[in-house]
Design a binder for this molecule. Structure first.
Ligand code: ATP
Ligand code: MG
Length: 562
């Protein structure tokens, strides 16, 4: 593929241009190892929702197929009936599509159960597999350790006919779970523990979400996965680094089941991130223990959580591109992900005013009942986004922390006697502070100067502070949810991340500019001076807008110079 094409793809979808996996593929294409074919697959086990680590794998597998005009399957690796569920299957399909990818074929490993079984029978006939009646503990004990060779099972040399008979009866449901297994006959003294007669099939009287009760024996991952790849004609089977030591077994299975031109397994380092958990099992625990509001809680590292949080597919693809693909394990700072969404929304999101912690401001010299429609740009960095009208009235809301009765030096916002600009509007000067009986500030009284209207080129005098505001009478009320990381380190040099009890803050009395009336579910905005926010897709109703904070405006990624 030409460099030009490469660049185009990269620009369109943020796909990784070149990495060590692509170098291997280039070499294979040169040697004609698989003719000119490149066929990959994304093979999730449907036992949970996908997370950002899976997004890396999706971008890599689908992106590689796109780069080489090849194919990529979405294959459910549903060989473990106990933990799997259709809910997960549906969510995985949604997530892959949402990320912007389309599979060539949608497949289920369970559809190959017959073929896998027949191939296992073939292995027994060839003397390459046997039925073993050692208990799980005994198998473990017999396996030995890294520096001690294993011991052969007493069932290892049982006649082929006997194994064939027992294996069939295992399939027919004559035995209990754990009573016997089918094992490969490889090498009990191999330095690679995975090669010490690994288990190929186990008995599990469990209901499967697709095959129902047809099977009570299920293939093990190391046996099933290479066969799934081979059946689908996959050329490059990309997986994470922990499977490196399983590769000899992957190759053994394909050799002994006699595939011509078998697929090739290539391992890369899995994504790990600061402040995020990257394991379906742990994520499920958070859901089950109700430490989050479901799999798509906006604080979750799941793709559905990130989507609800306001992340775009573009931002996640761009993230996958930036982190690249390597053989070395490393932990990516979460600020890089945040950087990617800021970059994506910078030119796309309207920037409007929202007051999250309101304090009433009354302009004493402004006419009662008047509504003045001021003009503001929708995005000061992107003129194409046009302008909007903002109603200005006698009573307004400003942020509580934009006012201080006794400010420190260098506080340029509002305080008694000080003048500031109200963004897109006028200068106002604080004349009086009103308090309730308990001494809480409940209202600020100001005067405004009609000459200072924004956009009229007023140069008479300058103010140091500009603050945002929303009309107290012409506005939209909303609930706004602010988030912190779900996992934090209490002290900077702590090794462990701890669950953060204060990761969600709900503000119920927020006031937004009138133009938010037309906000749509999933629409993203920049709240002036606050950051990026998205209209929640689930909790927003016709009468109640609910926003999720996506990310603050501050970019710690660039600041750290990483
Ligand atoms: P988990 O431990 O979260 O359940 P898994 O590896 O068991 O992850 P699978 O459903 O088996 O999840 O994974 C589907 C594909 O996604 C596999 O090819 C796997 O290697 C890849 N994958 C899973 N986690 C990551 C990660 N953190 N980074 C990159 N790829 C990943
Ligand atoms: Mg798994």
């Amino acid at each position: 593929m030409s460099l030009e094409n490469d660049k185009k793809l990269n620009a369109e979808s943020g796909i990784i241009q070149s990495n060590f996996i692509h170098n291997i593929i280039d070499e294979d294409l040169k040697n004609g190892a698989y003719g000119q074919r490149v066929y990959t697959r994304f093979p999730p086990e449907p036992n949970g929702y996908l997370h950002i680590g899976h997004a890396k794998s999706i971008c890599l597998n689908f992106g590689t197929a796109q780069k080489y005009s090849g194919k990529c399957n979405l294959r459910f690796d549903d060989t473990n009936p106990v933990k799997e569920d259709v809910e997960y299957v549906d969510s995985i399909m949604e997530d892959v599509k949402w990320l912007g990818f389309q599979w060539d074929e949608l497949l289920f490993a369970s559809d190959y159960f017959d073929e896998m079984y027949n191939l296992a029978v073939g292995l027994i006939k060839d003397g390459k597999a046997y039925v073993c009646e050692l208990s799980a503990e005994a198998i473990k004990e017999y396996r030995g350790t890294y520096d001690k060779p294993g011991k052969e099972s007493p069932y290892r040399e049982r006649p082929v006919e006997e194994s064939l008979d027992l294996f069939e009866r295992m399939k027919n449901g004559e035995f209990k779970d754990g009573q016997m297994v089918l094992r490969a006959k490889i090498d009990m003294s191999s330095p690679n523990m995975n090669m010490r007669d690994p288990v190929l099939y186990r008995i599990a009287h469990a209901h499967h979400h697709r095959t129902g009760d047809s099977w009570c024996i299920y293939p093990m991952y190391d046996y099933a996965h290479p066969l799934e790849d081979a059946v689908e004609n996959i050329t490059h089977s990309i997986c994470t680094l922990e499977f490196e030591a399983h590769r000899p077994l992957y190759d053994w299975v394909l050799k002994e089941t006699k595939w011509k031109n078998p697929p090739k397994q290539i391992e890369f380092a899995r994504l790990e991130m600061t402040n995020m958990i990257m394991s379906k099992r742990h994520l499920k625990k958070l859901v089950d223990e109700k430490l989050v509001d479901g799999w798509d809680d906006p604080r979750m590292s799941t793709i559905s959580g990130l989507r609800r949080r306001g992340y775009t597919p573009e931002s996640i693809r761009s993230f996958a591109d930036k982190i690249g693909v390597s053989k070395a394990n490393s932990t990516v700072d979460i600020s890089l992900l945040e950087h990617c969404i800021r970059e994506d929304l910078k030119m796309k999101a309207s920037r409007k005013m929202a007051v999250l912690n309101p304090l009433k401001l009354v302009i004493t010299n402004y006419p009662e009942g008047e509504v003045e429609w001021l003009e503001g740009e929708n995005n000061s960095e992107n003129e194409e986004m046009g302008t909007r009208k903002i109603p200005f009235t006698k009573e307004l809301y400003i942020e509580q922390d934009d006012f201080m009765e006794n400010p420190p030096s260098k506080y340029y916002r509002l305080f008694p006697g000080n003048e500031v600009r109200l963004r897109n509007a006028y200068f106002v000067k604080c004349e009086e502070v009103i308090k309730d009986e308990a001494g809480n500030i409940i209202e600020i009284r100001c005067t405004y100067d009609p000459q200072t209207k924004s956009g009229t080129g007023f140069t008479g005098r300058k103010v140091k502070g500009t603050i945002h505001w929303v009309s107290a009478t012409e506005n939209v009320k909303a609930t706004v949810r602010l988030y912190d990381y779900l996992f934090i380190k209490e002290n900077e040099d702590d090794e462990e991340y701890k669950y953060n009890n204060n990761s969600k803050k709900v503000l119920k009395d927020c006031y937004l500019e009138k133009s938010f009336e037309s906000a749509q579910k999933d629409e993203k905005f920049q709240f002036t001076r606050h950051g990026y926010f998205v209209v929640d897709t689930k909790d927003t109703t016709e009468n109640q807008l609910v926003f999720n904070q996506i990310v603050s405006l501050k970019d710690s990624f660039n600041k750290k110079g990483k």
